[in-house]
Design a protein around this ligand. Structure first.
Ligand code: NAD
Length: 518
């Protein structure tokens, strides 16, 4: 492991990265990025306009014309080099992620590891997903059919601030390997990490104009990105996701949406309580709870509820919060004043309506301006904002349940369905419960990492948590246009309708009798 970088090296890197944002028409008004650990300025970056986005998209489209001619093997090799560089230069990335988001280094590391996992996965599998495949035709001897996969062209990515490396890079990787260009808009609060990813991609061999990073607010640049893209991948809130979906639909542009969650954790009577408590800490407080897959509802069987609550409160009391660029902290800061206010409002509202704070519940300005204690509540109920809305902070509510049927009903009683988990010593039973849960990911004895990192399986949300999937075949094929090319080998007597009817009917009857006739 490399030692952390000295501050001067970091400043040089930030200045260099700022220069990599898409060029700006008017010479470029700049704005300041804040470091949540201190509330001080981290650096300045150019604000792009909608016209900059259109120009960036034109450059990307030009670069894509050449890139689509590069073999899948070569494209995969380049993205494998990106994998290597991300791992080798992880300290740069970890510093940037921590400085832009305020999260603990251990949580920033998840982004680095996931970026590598996804890059390796698609570099190794793309050829199989994308190769031309023979397909069955209606009358196999008469017609031969193949399916080609063509890149869409320019794919647009609109990403949130909470996982600024992972969510800017890992969706773009399969799109690039499939022969597309990427037009990426990170959240305006976290552009440096995305600019770093683009720089590392170039160092790995991705052509200069193929990945364009545009910096600015969604309301100013969002429409231009959607209008310039042949496919749009959006990650963020359900509210903005609906806006993106409407705009993309107007243009008949394909899209996928990775949206919010109100995730449930079910701790069964036979769970290993010690393991479930560690799991709950990870589930609720990774990224200070500003994680789409974080658990905000913890349902515990009444026979172990008191023990679970007491041990969780004890563990939370031992959690270390700090603002350093090292691995010591268990949890970092919230990302902004707005996040802090939302967390406080949710807790105040719940407490005023009868909820009880079992642990945490307070700001920690002694550590940094947006630090907030990991918080556990009980007695939360319908009518409190946090009962159904996503808090997106370090706050989880505990509930008792008597039967697993009830727990499943309670967990499913939500507009969201992103990531649930089940904790039990009987893994088979855990999987059975999982099959009855309305969520795109379910971990058995794990909060989220094992399902998210199983890149071979699609990941996404049921209900208001999303449309479409990342990972697996769906995570790369969505960036392609399928083309069916069918060649007729033998002339079919279509001119004589009566003869044709006899011929086609006889052929279909034969096909029906063939065991493998489809
Ligand atoms: P957000 O919707 O406010 O912003 C996300 C992105 O959309 C940002 O880049 C923003 O600039 C852009 N945007 C804002 N208005 C836009 C518009 N009108 N048109 C186009 N783009 C626009 O989300 P947020 O609050 O920054 O992120 C947190 C949310 O993201 C949470 O709900 C969280 O659960 C969700 N999230 C989901 C996943 C997932 O994989 N399902 C991952 C991370 C975060």
């Amino acid at each position: 492991m490399h030692p952390p970088r000295p501050p001067e090296a970091r400043e040089t890197l930030l200045r260099e990265l700022a220069g990599h944002a898409a060029p700006s028409e008017g010479g470029g008004e700049t704005f300041t990025i804040e470091a949540p650990f201190t509330g001080e300025a981290l650096g300045e970056v150019r604000r792009n306009t909608a016209e900059d986005v259109r120009r960036a998209a034109r450059r990307a489209r030009e670069a894509q014309r050449k890139w689509r001619e590069v073999s899948i093997r070569e494209r995969s090799k380049i993205l494998l080099r990106f994998h290597d560089l991300v791992l080798d230069r992880q300290n740069e990335a970890l510093d940037l992620i921590q400085l832009e988001t305020g999260k603990a280094r251990r949580h920033a590391l998840e982004e680095v590891l996931d970026t590598a996992i996804v890059s390796r996965y698609y570099a190794r599998t793309a050829k199989e997903f994308l190769r031309t495949k023979r397909r069955r035709s209606a009358f196999p001897i008469i017609t031969s059919t193949v399916e080609h996969r063509h890149p869409k062209g320019v794919c647009g990515f609109i990403a949130p601030w909470n996982y600024p490396l992972d969510l800017a890079a890992t969706d773009a990787v399969p799109a690039l390997i499939a022969g597309n260009a990427a037009l990426v808009k990170p959240d305006e609060r976290t552009p440096f990490t995305a600019l770093w990813a683009a720089k590392i991609m170039r160092e790995a061999g991705v052509p200069a104009d193929l990945v364009q990073i545009v910096v600015g607010s969604g309301s100013e640049l969002g429409t231009a990105i959607i209008e310039a893209s042949d496919f749009v991948t959006f990650t963020g809130s359900t509210k903005t996701g609906r806006i993106v979906a409407r705009k993309a639909a107007e243009r008949l542009t394909g899209f996928s949406l990775e949206l919010g969650g109100k995730n449930a954790m079910i701790v069964c009577a036979d769970a290993d309580v010690g393991r479930a408590v560690i799991g709950a800490e990870r589930a609720a407080f990774s990224g200070s709870g500003q994680l789409c897959v974080a658990a905000e509802r913890i349902y515990v069987h009444s026979s172990i509820y008191d023990e679970f609550a007491a041990r969780l409160v004890e563990r939370i009391g031992e959690m270390r919060l700090d603002a350093n660029l090292d691995f010591a902290a268990d949890m970092g800061s919230l990302a902004s004043e707005a996040q802090l206010r939302r967390v406080e409002e949710h807790i105040e509202d719940a407490v005023s309506k009868g909820a009880k704070v079992l642990a945490g519940g307070k700001r920690r300005p002694d550590i940094g301006p947006y630090f907030f204690e990991p918080t556990i509540l009980e007695n939360t109920s319908e009518g409190m904002a946090l009962f159904r809305e996503e808090t997106f902070g370090p706050v989880a509510a505990l509930f008792r349940f008597e039967s697993e049927d009830d727990a499943i009903k309670l967990a499913n009683d939500s507009d969201f369905g992103l990531n649930f988990s089940v904790w039990t010593r009987d893994a088979g039973r855990g999987r059975l419960i999982a099959s009855r849960l309305e969520a795109g990911m379910v971990g058995v004895n794990d909060a989220y990492a094992s399902a998210w990192s199983a890149t071979d399986s699609p990941m996404g949300g049921f209900k208001d948590s999303g449309v479409g999937r990342r990972h697996g075949s769906e995570g790369i094929l969505k960036y392609t246009e399928a083309q069916n090319v069918s060649t007729q080998r033998v002339e079919v007597p279509v001119g004589d309708a009566e003869r044709y009817a006899k011929f086609a009917t006889a052929a279909l009857k034969i096909m029906r009798r063939l065991p493998r006739g489809r």
